[in-house]
Design a protein around this ligand. Structure first.
Ligand SMILES: Nc1nc2c(c(=O)[nH]1)N[C@H]1C(S)=C(S)[C@@H](COP(=O)(O)O)O[C@H]1N2
Ligand SMILES: [Mo]
Length: 324
């Protein structure tokens, strides 16, 4: 594990600089791009309109091309909605990927709120309506899961930093800890999950501020289905799937590296960073190739899931075999 004293000075010297200039500017430019497409359809109370059948891909690709210059989107064939919503990991509901959809079907996600707290000037509880109001962007990201498969998912969401900005993190905040909703009465597999629940995850502050990291509230232009983490979940496109904590209720800015569920579960198999890295094998399998859901032959796995240009600088000077 990387100790605090190992953190590169440039990563921590002036947190306000990150917030006020670099990341926010970049985010603002991206926000402008997405807004210009005129595809902002989410209004406060209404669910997003049903897209005409057969036009979904085109709509998503117009988002892709409009933001093409940003390099933050992928122009690859999308995984089908059917696969995205029927091949899931959400242990609170089921440990069988094909059963999560059925088990999570009646999961009620309104009312809902997310508390953003810890080392911040302005802790706040955001209700779902307010979070949807903050959601100003739509983007295509792909996500890869550690078990050796990947999907290209047209997420709808907003950059995490836009939420963090509102609570004004203090310079002492160096990590962000996330916690999922947990209620055994409403989650049928809670006691049989084999996990120490509630599910928790974490990011280093500079990772959390990267505009690629989003809070997703929908996919394929539709409200997020329960099995995919309704009503709001994390998507970190350059990391393995398990980083994408679902049904978030708490986000806490902290000074020390927070615990993460899969690292607690199997520390030799799952590290804190969980970056997609074809050069570092999982102890029980190679991570050099992956199966893209819907394809027959395996593909070569790309470093940082193909986002090396955008995120490699975050890990400069780190030994990614040690900090896996
Ligand atoms: N709360 C919660 N979040 C979770 C999980 C979980 O079991 N519980 N599983 C993780 C794992 S292991 C993966 S691979 C992804 C799967 O996301 P998907 O079903 O949307 O593809 O969710 C992650 N988020
Ligand atoms: Mo996973």
């Amino acid at each position: 594990m990387k100790s605090d004293s190992d953190i590169n000075a440039s990563e921590i010297t002036d947190k306000r600089d990150y917030f006020n200039r670099r990341w926010f500017m970049k985010g603002a430019i991206l926000a402008g791009t997405a807004t210009a497409t005129g595809l902002l359809y989410r209004s406060l109370n209404a669910p997003p309109p049903e897209l005409p059948k057969g036009e979904k891909i085109a709509t998503v690709q117009s988002v892709t091309s409009s933001a093409a210059n940003s390099g933050f989107t992928v122009n690859e064939k999308l995984t089908s909605l059917e696969d995205i919503t029927n091949y899931n990991n959400f242990y609170e509901f089921s440990t069988s990927k094909s059963s999560v959809a059925t088990e999570a079907k009646g999961f009620v996600t309104r009312p809902w709120s997310v508390s953003v707290e810890g080392l911040v000037n302005k802790p706040a509880v955001f209700d779902l309506e307010e979070l949807l109001r903050i959601e100003q962007e739509e983007r295509v990201y792909r996500m890869r899961c550690v078990e050796g498969w990947s999907m290209v998912i047209p997420w709808v969401g907003f950059p995490l930093f836009k939420l963090l900005q509102r609570v004004e993190p203090l310079p002492a905040a160096r990590y962000v800890a996330f916690q999922s909703f947990y209620d055994p009465k409403r989650m049928p597999n809670a006691f049989a999950s084999g996990l120490d629940l509630p599910y928790v995850e974490g990011l280093r502050i500079d990772e959390a501020l990267h505009p690629l990291a989003i809070l997703a509230t929908g996919l394929y232009g539709e409200t997020l289905p329960p099995q995919d983490g309704a009503p709001i979940r994390l998507v970190v496109p350059w990391k393995y799937g398990f980083k994408g904590i679902k049904s978030i209720v708490k986000i806490k800015l902290v000074a020390e590296q927070p615990p993460t569920t899969w690292n607690i579960q199997a520390p030799n198999e799952y590290g804190f960073y969980s970056n997609v890295n074809p050069d570092v094998d999982h102890p029980r399998w190679s991570q050099a190739t992956e199966r893209r859901i819907g394809e027959y032959s395996r593909r070569k796995t790309l470093m940082f899931n193909g986002y090396a240009e955008q995120v490699a600088h975050l890990y400069e000077g780190m030994d990614l075999h040690r900090d896996f």
